[in-house]
Design a protein. Structure first.
Length: 117
């Protein structure tokens, strides 16, 4: 049974940083692409960032390029999302994802990030 448990969300002032973590269990973490999505109130869930199984390739949504950084620690079965220069538009629930060969296999339960002006 795969589990993805996010942590690190909370309330932060605009311009500040926040780091999210996602601890994975249930299968061999190092074999899978990992990523983050977010869903703001009243909006659809959207892609934020992903990182390849090797950690060598990362992708970002245009809105977060240069401000967010995804990384992984295979020894800890954990993926991170470092978020800098946050603004109120980044307020959302952030979900950790684990990909299979062609699509997302698993989602975490989400962690709330609230950015105050």
């Amino acid at each position: 049974q795969v589990q993805l448990v996010e942590s690190g969300g909370g309330l932060v002032q605009a311009g500040g940083p926040l780091r999210l973590s996602c601890a994975a269990s249930g299968r061999t973490f190092s074999r899978y692409r990992m990523g983050w999505f977010c869903q703001a109130p009243g909006k659809e869930r959207e892609f934020v960032a992903s990182i390849s199984s090797s950690g060598g390739t990362s992708y970002y949504a245009d809105a977060v390029k240069g401000r967010f950084a995804i990384s992984r620690d295979d020894a800890k079965n954990t993926v991170y999302l470092q978020m800098n220069s946050l603004n109120t538009e980044n307020t959302a629930v952030y979900y950790c994802t684990e990909w299979g060969p062609t699509a997302i296999d698993y989602w975490g339960q989400g962690t709330q990030v609230t950015v105050s002006a």
